[in-house]
Write a protein of this length. Structure first.
Length: 299
């Protein structure tokens, strides 16, 4: 069904990048969202340093509006692998006056994660943050290098990135600067799912078909929660859905699906003509929504 050598080549490349992070940086961290890409990164990290434990903690930025399944899976994974977990809470940033809570029908804490992330990186003096971004996800992410430099304000300049000829990575930085590192940059969504199947990697139940209260808004099905404000014409209804990508509930679109195994998900993705982030409500704020957030310090 898929080429084993292709996946092993991607795995080898990613492990090489991960080991480069450990070699070049003093205080790396792995950004963990509870989504499939960050879970694959944990799996690759275990392989990279086996039989030792991987030498960095996991960092989760908790918006307070996460899917319960994601939080439960996160805690189970941390316990199973005896990993160190650091959680940055968006609510703490709001309480401290560092971030301003949005109001209205389209209110979301997704953008507010940037403040909490940068504050947490500064608090713990992390000099490299490993993330699960892939170049096929979105046009802004397609501009990323493996080693993506961030200035002392945590900002990204897509026009000022360093060349990576022959996979030679330049991790030199000034005090206060850091890097975002994307080991699975060259993977596609299909590669991720085929690798999950090949390696028998466990995932949160939310990725498989299940019944959930949802409502329809601007072409996207969103999971309903009491903190979400509905318009007059919106009404929660129970549908069989699954997540294709996982994030804050206020912006994570759900898709109608009957796929309840990894094999069925692979078949579903092979047939679809909608991009993975096509159902992300936060990307609909503007044509350059992702790039605007990334230049400010977003994932």
């Amino acid at each position: 069904m898929f080429r084993l050598n292709h996946l092993r080549d991607l795995e080898s490349e990613s492990i090489y990048v991960i080991r480069e992070v450990a070699a070049q940086f003093e205080r790396p961290v792995l950004l963990f969202s509870g989504g499939k890409d960050s879970i694959v990164l944990v799996h690759l990290s275990r392989k990279a340093f086996w039989p030792a434990r991987f030498p960095y903690p996991l960092l989760h930025i908790d918006t307070g509006h996460n899917f319960k399944e994601t939080i439960r899976f996160r805690d189970e994974l941390v316990k199973e692998f005896s990993a160190r977990l650091i959680v940055g809470y968006v609510q703490d940033s709001i309480d401290a006056g560092r971030a301003l809570e949005e109001h209205g029908y389209n209110a979301s804490r997704n953008v507010l994660q940037t403040v909490t992330l940068l504050d947490t990186i500064e608090k713990y003096k992390f000099d490299a943050a490993i993330g699960g971004g892939r170049r096929d996800e979105e046009k802004a992410r397609a501009k990323e290098r493996f080693f993506s430099h961030r200035d002392e304000f945590g900002q990204w300049d897509p026009k000022n990135q360093r060349p990576e000829l022959w996979n030679v990575f330049n991790g030199r930085k000034k005090p206060g600067e850091h890097f975002r590192v994307f080991p699975i940059s060259n993977w596609t969504e299909m590669d991720i799912w085929q690798y999950i199947l090949m390696e028998k990697i466990k995932l949160p139940d939310i990725y498989f078909t299940h019944e959930r209260e949802v409502f329809y808004r601007d072409g996207v099905w969103l999971g309903y929660a009491p903190f979400m404000k509905l318009k007059k014409n919106e009404k929660p209804e129970v549908k069989r859905v699954r997540c294709r990508t996982v994030g804050d509930m206020t912006c994570t679109g759900l898709i109608m699906s009957a796929a309840d195994t990894v094999e069925e998900i692979i078949q579903e993705i092979a047939a679809t003509r909608i991009t993975e982030r096509g159902g992300r409500y936060d990307d609909k704020r503007s044509d350059a929504a992702m790039e605007e957030r990334k230049t400010e310090g977003y994932f």
